[in-house]
Write a protein that binds this ligand. Structure first.
Ligand code: GDP
Ligand code: GDP
Length: 470
């Protein structure tokens, strides 16, 4: 059999926060995701709307989306049609928190919105925000007339009621276990998880069909049997590749939904499950804002990335064309400047299978481990060459660094004042690690931590680092 479908890692559930402007969506979003955002490597100089974030409650991880940032209309005016659009987007979420404004009271729109939400086949949790304490529960009274089974009083600003809401929300989610390691084939080879990402019409399904050959994936459309995500496994050069969420991409062919909207949630879900993202761009149209958005998601999810400039057959070329395109991609998506770029044609097959040797290069770096010795030598030399300047009058001392995980490589560096390391110096150190450890094609992460407490005596048996728990 050339290809088989296997179910894979469930994506983390996606929870959308909906509600009219000013009800407190972003305040709630910040409260729930705050502690988790620290690891996201904000790329300085690039401002992107960050309206989704990682969250965790009762050992259950999920992704939270603030639909305030999903409105396609940039101006703030609320209209039913915008909300209807947002509702369609909500279909891809696993659960919805709908916020109502307890301070402003019932709005004429609320009943309409709730009628729309009732058509969504997902659990919806209705919360009345701005109930800032027990004394204010009267703010819920009007909302009971809307007829929901349960209303949660919350204060996004002060935290009141948020625990109960999150308990109910996450009760239905599976507990998050250990971060799964790579899946192994029976011969011990790791399966590389690949997502083909991109806005509609860039050629995703053409590429997937080409990779998978003519063996069409059979997707049953009868109710109860369709799955959200069906992955396809294919060996190329004897290496197993799992193309995640191929069903969603291929299925639309049948239904011929050329009007398909770009789905933020679907993109996030597949990028959440992959090691390497193939970010497809329609070269005949050039790099658009939406392409940059997709690239931004892939970056935020920590995927290894390869840009594919598709439809190269359509592009009129001279000797400067390639360079011009590379520059365009690098400029628009500076935050992914390490991602290799390749021109292909999914239609003619030009270089379509050459993608995989490049994926292998990225994957090798993405899953690599740098020994503590070499890492500290690289950093030691980097610091010697270019000492950090005083930050807020403080001299930063670097103690030691170590890699704590891979896929992508995450390094922790122990210092005296973690908060005082300037982002430009952090960038410098990251570039030095890239150059010194041969990690020029993968995302890497570097975090600074306070050196463990020195007061605790060393444990001679462990020969351990000062302060390590014995
Ligand atoms: P969004 O437009 O739905 O994202 O709303 P925001 O989160 O920007 O909040 C709108 C306004 O409501 C801001 O001035 C917040 O400070 C305020 N607000 C949000 N949550 C609460 C709350 O729990 N209590 C009170 N009293 N005000 C809140
Ligand atoms: P998707 O929406 O990203 O899955 O895009 P499709 O694979 O459905 O492709 C959209 C359109 O672009 C179709 O008409 C394809 O035939 C066409 N297309 C895809 N790849 C290429 C290519 O490499 N060259 C040319 N000329 N057309 C392409």
């Amino acid at each position: 059999m050339r290809q088989k479908n296997i179910s894979h890692l469930q994506p983390r559930p996606v929870v959308a926060v909906s509600g009219r402007p000013n009800v407190g969506k972003s305040t709630l979003f910040n409260r729930i995701t705050r502690t988790k955002d620290a690891l996201v490597d904000n790329f300085p100089g690039v401002t992107r709307d960050r309206h989704y974030g990682d969250a965790s409650w009762n050992d259950r991880d999920f992704v939270l989306i603030d639909t305030g940032g999903m409105h396609f209309d940039k101006n703030d005016t609320f209209s039913e049609s915008i909300f209807a659009q947002a509702c369609r987007a909500l279909e891809d979420a696993d659960a919805v928190i709908h916020l109502l404004d307890g301070k402003a009271g019932l709005s004429p729109f609320d009943a309409d919105i709730i009628r729309m939400l009732r058509q969504i086949q997902k659990p919806v949790f209705y919360a009345v925000n701005k109930v800032d304490g027990h004394g204010q529960e009267g703010r819920m009274d009007d909302f009971h007339t809307l007829g929901m089974d349960r209303l949660y009083p919350v204060s996004a600003e002060h935290g009141y009621g948020v625990h109960d809401l999150l308990d109910s929300l996450t009760a239905g989610f599976d507990e998050t276990g250990e971060t799964p390691g790579p899946d192994l084939q029976s011969d011990g080879t790791e399966i590389r998880r690949i997502a083909v990402a991109g806005r509609p019409n860039v050629g995703k399904s053409s590429l997937i069909n080409r990779i998978l050959g003519e063996d069409r994936l059979i997707v049953s459309d009868s109710p109860g049997t369709t799955r959200d995500s069906i992955d396809s496994l294919r060996r190329i050069n004897k290496i197993p590749y799992l193309l995640v969420d191929t069903a969603g991409i291929r299925r639309k062919k049948k239904v011929s939904q050329k009007l398909e909207k770009f789905s933020v949630i679907k993109s996030l879900k597949s990028l959440d499950r992959c090691d390497i993202a193939l970010i497809m761009i329609d070269a005949s149209e050039g790099m658009t804002d939406q392409d940059v958005t997709v690239a931004g998601y892939a970056h935020d999810r920590g995927c290894g990335c390869v840009f594919l400039l598709n439809k190269w057959d359509k592009v009129e070329k001279d000797r400067h064309t390639l360079k011009k395109y590379y520059e365009e991609v690098k400029t628009a998506a500076k935050f992914l400047s390490f991602a290799p770029i390749m021109t292909i044609s999914a239609l003619t097959g030009l270089r379509a299978l050459k993608i995989f040797p490049l994926v292998e290069e990225v994957y090798a770096q993405y899953s690599s481990r740098v020994g503590t010795g070499p890492l500290n030598r690289i950093l030691g030399q980097a610091i010697e060459k270019n000492e950090p300047s005083l930050t807020r009058g403080r001299r930063i001392k670097f103690y030691y660094a170590t890699q704590i995980s891979s896929r992508p490589p995450l390094f922790v560096c122990f210092v005296n004042y973690p908060g005082a390391v300037h982002f430009s110096y952090k960038r410098y150190l990251m570039n030095q690690i890239r150059a010194g450890a041969g990690l020029d094609k993968t995302p890497i992460r570097l975090i600074f931590r306070q050196r463990p407490n020195r007061k605790r005596p060393r444990n001679p048996k462990l020969g351990g680092k000062p302060g390590r728990k014995s």
